[in-house]
Design a protein around this ligand. Structure first.
Ligand code: BES
Ligand code: MN
Ligand code: ZN
Length: 460
C-alpha cells in the first residue's frame, strides 16, 4: 500500500510538549486529566506519550513528549517513535512544532508506517496522520513512496528478486513514467562489449543483464544514475562465511536506491535527461563461475586481475560506468553496497560518498543535513592508487590487506569515468540492522532524498 496521509474529518489532536512547556500544558487541562497525566508519570521526555481519555472512554487528546528539543539537532525522525506508540486511528498535530519540524514529523510518520508484509497473512495497522497545514502533502507522500519502493525491493528475498524480477521491477517503473527501457541479457552482453557483467553473472541460473532506462527531454542536462544490482552475493568461489552471507539479498541495494530516486525525479517532472543503468546479476557458484586469478578484460579495455570473486560489485559497475561515461553526462551518480569497509568506517547509518568536485560535495553534505538523510564525504585519495595496481594486469579488484577498502573500491570505479566532470559515488549499506523510529529493520533508502534536493538545486 502506498503511504498516504489520512483524509479523516474526525481526528485526535496531538499536543507536542517539551520539558519546558509541560507546566503550561498541564494548566490547560481539567483537574481530572491533569491528575491522570501526572499519575502516569508523563514528564514530556522525548518520545513519551500520554493518552487523555474523554468521558466516554475514547481518546480525547494526546500529549507527546519532545524532551528539551528546541531544534532538529538532537537526532532525526523522533516523531515516528511517538506515532508507533499510538493506537490505530486518525490524528493531527495540533501544536508545539515549527514548520521544519512539522515537515520532518510528517515524513517520519509515513516512513514509520512501513511494513514489509508481503509474506504475512495478517498485515499490522498503523496510526494515521492528517498532513499538517501548509505542507506539500503530495511531495512528502512521494518521498515516502520512493523509500517504500526501495525497501520493498531490498527486503524481497533473492528467491523472488533475482535478475529477472529486478528487470521486471525496472521495466514497471519505466512504464509507469513512460520512459524508454531496454535490457541486454546473457551472451548479448559479450556482443555489446559488457564483458565484466557477463563474467560475474554467468554462473547463475538467471542470466546476467544490463538494464537501461532513458527519460526526459534530450536537450535537458544529462543525469545518469548507476546502481549495483547484485541480487545475491554468495562471494562466488571466494565464498562468504554464513554470517556475512545472511543478508546478501540486499546487495542490489544500489539499484533499489537509484530506482527510488528515479521515481521521485520522474514523478516531479524535473528538467533533466535521466538515464538509469543497472547491472543485474547474481554472484553465484557453479562450474562456469569466474575464478580467483582470472584476468578479466573490461569494456573500457583495462584488464583486471581478479584477486577475489567477492569483489564483484566494482566489476559489474566498471562496465556500467564506462558505458555511462561514453556520453559524458553532466552528472554521474553511482550507488552500491560495495564494501564492508564502508560500514566499518562509518557504520550502517552514515554512507560515505566520493567526489573530486568540492562544490558538489558541499551541496550534498548540506542537503543531507537539511533533509535528515545522513551522508559523509570520504576522499578519492590519490596516494592509494598504487594499491589497485597489481603485477600482471592494469588493475587489481581486491588489494591485499584491505586497508582503506572503501576508498580503494571508489578509486577502482573512478578509473572507468574519464569524460564526466561531475562524478559522485555512494558506498551505501542499504540496511537497518535494528529497528528505530521511522527506520524499521531491513532494507533502507539512503542518500536519495539528499540527492533529490541537490538535483533540484542544480537543475531548476
Ligand atoms: N556486497 C559486498 C559488500 C558488503 C558486505 C556490503 C557486507 C555490506 C555488507 C561486496 O561485494 C564485497 O563482498 N566486498 C568485499 C570486497 C573485498 C573482497 C575486496 C568486502 O567488502 O569484503
Ligand atoms: Mn561481494
Ligand atoms: Zn557484493
Amino acid at each position: 500500500m502506498p503511504p498516504r496521509f489520512s483524509t479523516a474529518e474526525k481526528t485526535v489532536p496531538i499536543y507536542v510538549v517539551t520539558t519546558k512547556s509541560l507546566p503550561q500544558a498541564l494548566e490547560q487541562l481539567e483537574i481530572a486529566a491533569r491528575n491522570w497525566v501526572d499519575a502516569g508519570g508523563f514528564a514530556a521526555k522525548l518520545g513519551q506519550v500520554a493518552l487523555i481519555p474523554a468521558p466516554d472512554g475514547s481518546i480525547l487528546a494526546v500529549l507527546a513528549g519532545w524532551g528539551d528539543r528546541t531544534a532538529r539537532d538532537q537526532g532525526w525522525f523522533h516523531f515516528a517513535g511517538i506515532a508507533d506508540k499510538l493506537p490505530e486511528g486518525d490524528y493531527r498535530i495540533e501544536s508545539g512544532l515549527g514548520k521544519d519540524e512539522l515537515e520532518e514529523a510528517a515524513l517520519a510518520w509515513l516512513l514509520g508506517g512501513y511494513r514489509f508484509d508481503k509474506y504475512k497473512e495478517q498485515p499490522e495497522q498503523h496510526a494515521r496522520l492528517v498532513c499538517p497545514q501548509g505542507l506539500d502533502a503530495a511531495r512528502i507522500e512521494l518521498k515516502a513512496e520512493a523509500t517504500f519502493l526501495t525497501r520493498d525491493l531490498i527486503n524481497t528475498p533473492a528467491s523472488d528478486m533475482g535478475p529477472e524480477a529486478l528487470e521486471a521491477a525496472f521495466m514497471a517503473l519505466a512504464k509507469r513514467h513512460k520512459a524508454k527501457a531496454s535490457a541486454i541479457i546473457g551472451a548479448d552482453l559479450l556482443k555489446e562489449n559488457l564483458p565484466l557483467i557477463h563474467t560475474v553473472g554467468r554462473a547463475a541460473e538467471q542470466p546476467p543483464r544490463l538494464l537501461d532506462m532513458i527519460w526526459g527531454d534530450e536537450s535537458a542536462p544529462k543525469l545518469t544514475l548507476v546502481g549495483k544490482g547484485v541480487c545475491f552475493d554468495t562471494g562466488g568461489l571466494n565464498i562468504k562465511p554464513g554470517a556475512s552471507m545472511g543478508i546478501m539479498k540486499k546487495d542490489m541495494g544500489g539499484a533499489a536506491n537509484v530506482l527510488g530516486l528515479a521515481h521521485m525525479i520522474m514523478s516531479l517532472g524535473l528538467r533533466v535527461r535521466l538515464r538509469v543503468l543497472v547491472p543485474a546479476v547474481e554472484n553465484a557458484i557453479s562450474a562456469s563461475a569466474f575464478r580467483p586469478g582470472d584476468i578479466l578484460r573490461s569494456r573500457k579495455g583495462l584488464t583486471i586481475e581478479n584477486n577475489n570473486t567477492d569483489a564483484e560489485g566494482r566489476l559489474v559497475l566498471a562496465d556500467a560506468l564506462a558505458m555511462a561515461d561514453e556520453e559524458s553526462p553532466d552528472l554521474l551518480i553511482s550507488m552500491a553496497t560495495l564494501t564492508g569497509a564502508a560500514r566499518v568506517a562509518l557504520g550502517a547509518d552514515l554512507p560515505p560518498f566520493y567526489t573530486d568536485d568540492g562544490a558538489l560535495a558541499h551541496r550534498i553534505s548540506r542537503a543531507a543535513r537539511a533533509v535528515a538523510d545522513p551522508l559523509w564525504r570520504m576522499p578519492f585519495w590519490d596516494g592509494y592508487e598504487r594499491q589497485i595496481e597489481p603485477g600482471i594486469a592494469d588493475l587489481d579488484n581486491a588489494p591485499k590487506g584491505g586497508m582503506a577498502g572503501s576508498i580503494t573500491a571508489a578509486l577502482f570505479l573512478r578509473r572507468f569515468v574519464e569524460n564526466t566532470t561531475q562524478f559522485v559515488h555512494f558506498d551505501i549499506y542499504g540496511w537497518v540492522p535494528e529497528s528505530r523510529p521511522a527506520r524499521p529493520k531491513g532494507g533502507e533508502a539512503q542518500g536519495g532524498r539528499a540527492l533529490l534536493a541537490v538535483i533540484e538545486e542544480l537543475y531548476t
